[in-house]
Write a protein that binds this ligand. Structure first.
Ligand SMILES: [Fe+2]
Ligand SMILES: [Fe+2]
Length: 457
């Protein structure tokens, strides 16, 4: 905002005093009033009595200068307020979209979208450090001239991990690129440079102000915090996963025939849950539930667990204790409360003849009905002490035959569609690949159905 200058022109006494204008800021109006009054007095004093009015004029000049300063300060304050408003708007925008953000790349993408929208009158680019130098990207902007600019590369090297800066290139060749000014804001997470956001002003662009630097600073800090949170979350999850993996391996090793069983059940169950449209949190709990469903077998006597022949009534009753034993182990961990249904009820049957509680139909929690289908499928397609593994086709046929008696018919149909979709009409390698994918599933973050749909669009 430009400030009103000090005028000294003679004022026509017949002209009325200017009135306050509703569209004009009052401070600016004050300047006009003072200027007008001073001009009138100066005009009056041009004749007789000039000496008497000199003191009044000097006092008015001082008032005028003070008022002028006030107007300029107001203009600065208005700029500052607008800058704060922009910061709030951008931060609010990011916060509003946070529930849709699942991982670090999505944080970066959200940051890039917000920066690009905020500085929409400039070219916004993002530089990522790589083995071969800086990789520049932009959402729709032309970064070719930046990519080829020696000055930009050198500038980025200097900016890396340093404080946010605005630099006007002074060398001739850069000006030929049309770059007048560059604001560079690094995103630094725990000392690691993640990327540098560049706001590039060409000759037609608005001058970059202090408020623009502040805004970029706030957005970069927010982005770095979010990335730090996701990394921490990932590390904590990895610790939990490693702990569960060793616990599950201990159980599976009790019986070499069931080695890898829990991990594969976790994979099949989350695939089925995904096809049923479960959200991310439900999938996460389903995964834990499936992984830990047989953990209670650790308390089952070895000679019963590994017995190749028919079990006695007492032995069968003992083995049937394992869902409740699993439940008793896992319920000590409050964070896994959402996984308990599938653990306790994975041996219930749809017709009500299962155990431990004899639940039937939809009274069996959905999580348990899902784990049950995955559990049966893996048991059928794995070798046991009393038989070799069934072919996947036979296993699916058996599950379909059991629809309505053992398993939920709707879930049986969805699962059969998933397995056939992956393996039907393909060589046995497709089945082997699926089996291998199942064993590697613990390394992955769960995806919910909404994310799957978004990815596939
Ligand atoms: Fe079981
Ligand atoms: Fe099982």
């Amino acid at each position: 905002m430009e400030c009103e200058g000090h005028g000294t022109a003679e004022h026509d006494l017949s002209e009325p005093m200017p009135q306050w204008n509703a569209d004009q800021p009052p401070t600016t109006g004050l300047l006009v009033q003072i200027k007008s009054l001073r001009d009138r007095i100066r005009a009056l004093s041009s004749g007789e009595g000039a000496e008497e009015t000199e003191g009044v004029l000097q006092a008015l000049d001082r008032v005028d200068q003070a008022a002028h300063l006030v107007v300029c300060e107001h203009a600065g304050m208005a700029d500052e307020l607008l800058g704060l408003y922009d910061q709030l708007g951008a931060v609010f925008d990011i916060t509003r979209q946070l529930p849709t953000v699942m991982d670090e790349p999505q944080v970066k993408a959200l940051f890039a979208r917000t920066m690009t929208a905020t500085y929409n009158r400039h070219l916004v680019a993002f530089a990522q450090p790589g083995a071969g130098g800086w990789q520049l990207e932009s959402l729709g902007g032309d970064v070719a001239r930046l990519q080829g600019s020696r000055w930009v590369a050198e500038f980025l090297d200097r900016v890396a991990a340093q404080e946010i800066v605005v630099v006007e290139p002074s060398d001739g060749p850069t000006r030929k690129d049309g770059i007048v000014e560059v604001l560079a804001a690094p995103v630094v997470c725990h000392g690691e440079l993640i990327m540098v956001a560049l706001v590039v002003r060409d000759a037609r662009g608005d001058e970059l102000r202090a408020a623009d630097m502040n805004l970029a600073d706030v957005l970069c800090a927010y982005c770095a915090d979010l990335i730090a949170n996701f990394r921490l979350h990932h590390q904590l999850r990895q610790v939990s996963v490693d702990l569960v993996r060793s616990l599950v391996a201990t159980v599976d090793q009790k019986d070499p025939y069931t080695s890898g069983h829990s991990i594969r059940v976790g994979f099949y169950a989350t695939q089925l849950g995904r096809d049923l449209g479960l959200n991310r949190e439900e999938l996460q709990m389903l995964e834990w539930s499936a992984l830990l469903h047989d953990v209670g077998k650790i308390g089952i006597r070895d000679e019963v667990l590994k017995k190749p022949g028919k079990l006695t009534e007492e032995e069968f009753a003992h083995i049937k204790e394992h869902p409740v034993r699993s439940y008793e182990v896992v319920r000590r961990v409050p964070q896994l409360a959402g996984a308990l249904d599938g653990i306790r009820h994975h041996h219930e049957r749809f017709d009500g003849s299962g155990y431990p509680d004899g639940l039937a139909g939809r009274n069996i929690p959905l999580q348990a009905r899902i784990v049950q289908v995955a559990d049966i499928f893996d048991a059928l397609t794995s070798s046991r002490s009393y038989r070799t593994a069934f072919d996947w086709r036979k296993a699916i046929n058996i599950i379909e035959d059991e629809a309505g008696t053992t398993v939920d018919p709707e879930l049986a149909a969805v699962f059969a569609r998933f397995i056939r979709g992956r393996c039907e009409g393909k060589s046995d390698e497709a089945w082997q690949a699926l089996f291998g994918e199942a064993e590697a599933m613990l390394l992955k973050e769960p995806e919910d159905a909404a994310k799957k749909d978004a990815t596939e669009v």
